[in-house]
Design a protein around this ligand. Structure first.
Ligand code: ZN
Length: 114
């Protein structure tokens, strides 16, 4: 792995992904993008973590050859109980299709070993 000197701001992308993977591997409970941001000490926004999670899925496929998979735990809407099944993107849904409220919790992520 290439190493970059710490220039006080730039985060090496592969290091960041590795840290996210380690974090998910080390935590039993599901983590939201926000949790990952806080716990990993990465200087990134939750949106960027979502973006990175897409790459993490690919990295997992390559590195662990399917023995570890990242699962998305769909959020349940606190207002109407709607379950956001089948989210394609790791990001937060923009609104509830059932009650039209835009106050929606983000999905959580968990690493599962097979
Ligand atoms: Zn709802």
């Amino acid at each position: 792995m290439r190493r970059f000197p710490d220039r006080g701001g730039d985060e090496d992308e592969s290091t960041a992904r590795k840290r996210i993977i380690e974090l998910l591997l080390g935590d039993e409970s599901p983590l939201t993008a926000e949790d990952i941001t806080l716990k990993s000490c990465l200087r990134t926004a939750a949106d960027e973590v979502c973006e990175r999670l897409k790459h993490v899925v690919k990295t997992l496929r390559r590195t662990y050859r399917g023995s570890h998979i990242l699962i998305t735990i769909p959020p349940v809407h606190g207002v109407c109980g709607h379950v956001f099944m089948g989210l394609r993107e790791p990001g937060k849904p923009s609104g509830c299709p059932k009650c039209k409220s835009d106050r929606v919790d983000p999905p959580a992520f968990k690493m599962v070993c097979r």
